[in-house]
Design a protein around this ligand. Structure first.
Ligand SMILES: [Zn+2]
Length: 113
């Protein structure tokens, strides 16, 4: 299989970049790509230097994780993907599910005969 990399938008489109002015502090502005190392400050026109930094997350995600056991299965045959999350290959998991259902059906058959 081959992949084709497609660039979205123009590679020369302006970008937002952060700069630091010695007097006014950090500010964000739109500049041509690649971001110049130095531009005049928005407010005082003194040279401001580019601040290389990771993109800021404007709306942080608040996710909490809790250690502990999973909820009890509502019934014994309930689909449980926990082994998959723990690294079991899908074919192995499917095989176990099939075995479980075979045993389930056999037990039901034995009960009804
Ligand atoms: Zn300034």
């Amino acid at each position: 299989m081959t992949y084709t990399v497609k660039l979205r938008g123009s590679s020369s489109a302006p970008i937002a970049a952060d700069y630091m002015c010695e007097t006014c502090g950090p500010f964000e502005t739109i500049v041509a790509r690649p971001a110049p190392d130095e531009i005049p400050c928005d407010q005082c026109a003194a040279p401001a230097t580019w601040l290389p930094c990771a993109p800021r997350i404007k709306h942080p995600l608040f996710v909490s994780c809790h250690r502990g056991k999973a909820d009890e299965k509502p019934y014994p045959e309930a689909c449980d993907t926990e082994p998959l999350a723990d690294g079991m290959p899908l074919h192995e998991w499917k095989k176990r599910r099939a075995e479980m259902w075979n045993a389930h059906d056999y037990a039901e058959f034995k009960r009804n005969t």
